[in-house]
Design a protein around this ligand. Sequence first.
Ligand code: ADP
Ligand code: MG
Length: 475
Amino acid sequence: MFEKGNTSVVQKQAQTGISNPVIVAEVWAEISALLQKEFGSAAFKSWIAPIVPQSFNNGVLELSVATRFVRDWIKTHYVDRIRQLWAQNCGPIVRIDIVIATPAAPAVEKINGVLAERTANANETSAEVPAGSDIPSSPLDLRFTFENFVVGKPNELAHAAARRVADSDTVAFNPLFLYSGVGLGKTHLMHAIAWAIRARSPQRKVLYMSAEKFMYQFVRALRFKDTMSFKEKFRSVDVLMIDDIQFICGKESTQEEFFHTFNALIDQNKQIIISADKSPSDLEGLEERLRSRLGWGLVADIHPTTYELRLGILEQKREMLKRDIPQNVLEFLAHKISSNVRELEGALNRIIAHSELIGRPVTIEGTQDLLQDLLRANDRRISVDDIQRKVAEHYNIRLSDMHSPRRARLVARPRQIAMYLAKGLTEHSLPEIGRKFGGRDHTTIMHGVRRIEELILEDRSLREDVELLKRAITG
Ligand code: ADP
Ligand code: MG
């Protein structure tokens, strides 16, 4: 791997840069995601999201923004961090230039052009929003088509349901409710449905929007006392897609409005497609009547990826990008990065960008080096399965006792310890943990966790057991 300040690398970079605007856009997408995490979504929306990456040549990253004010703000607040992240993801960077341009800068067109070329079906990707439409649909990603979606065991149900909705002229199931953890393909499938419908029946009005944007539109309509036209807009569509509905959990008036829109559309027999990070019954902060309605149609979840699916996705991506990446590197990535597809793609993009930059072929060793941080994070991720296995071993009970209804103290106590550890050591919610313990209710999990918390204070040997297990699991 190269080091900063190594002149031959800098020279090489000066010759090459990242000529490919798609790669620039993808590296930028990855960096923006990190910035969003760091600075929060409000700052992200105001300052980072409007930035358009233009080019990366001779070590100079050119970004464009719409106004001088935004440029100055970014310069004082974010540019150093952007430089660091770019260097980490892509290698040495000499300078960042921020230019002022109108939003539809040429580079964007170019990127979209290249992306469109890359997508298998040019007809579908060139489908436009019907002329004269005043529907504020969010832009669709050109890469998110059915052609580019790799189907495997974990997503076959969701995929089949999405295809059915996209291919039928009548309403298939209403609503179609897709849910999964992050980065597993919900947004991809929704955009794919939208592209397919637009291609098949351009006269149907398709509206795709995140729940966050829906709320924003609604609040704006309230502020400008324009709720009538807001209602009209949303109720005149043929297909309504709302992504990440969990966002409006706890937001009562938005839910109320959404509920009415939802009912109005269902009554007119219009197709609705919703995504969320949890099933309707596990979404917290949702009004009961909305919750039950959301479950009326088909509820399809996307499971965590398998090795085969991850490898399939990487192979497809390699083909799409027309890059020479050895099979063993793809297998290595599929094996090591099991968190989600977004991270997997990010890793592949990083490898490609890096090898373009230094002009050397991709190898396993180089990959290990470059992705150290990511690989470590994936290694560290602890699963409920691991916890159950370790606890069962420790107490010499069967793994199946973790899921069984048996209440004998001999198995119930270790099971509660596993619940306690699952709550403390993973990111899963109580309902999710409940499901992994044989479909127990979240209140049962809560009770188990509390019980162990109490016992830890009273019972020294139990405390030591728990400590020991914790170390074994995280070690
Ligand atoms: P979610 O909305 O569930 O968080 P996304 O739909 O944004 O996830 O997917 C994250 C990334 O992974 C996207 O770039 C998407 O194209 C890709 N992806 C996810 N699943 C697949 C798949 N089965 N085949 C190809 N790409 C996929
Ligand atoms: Mg999404």
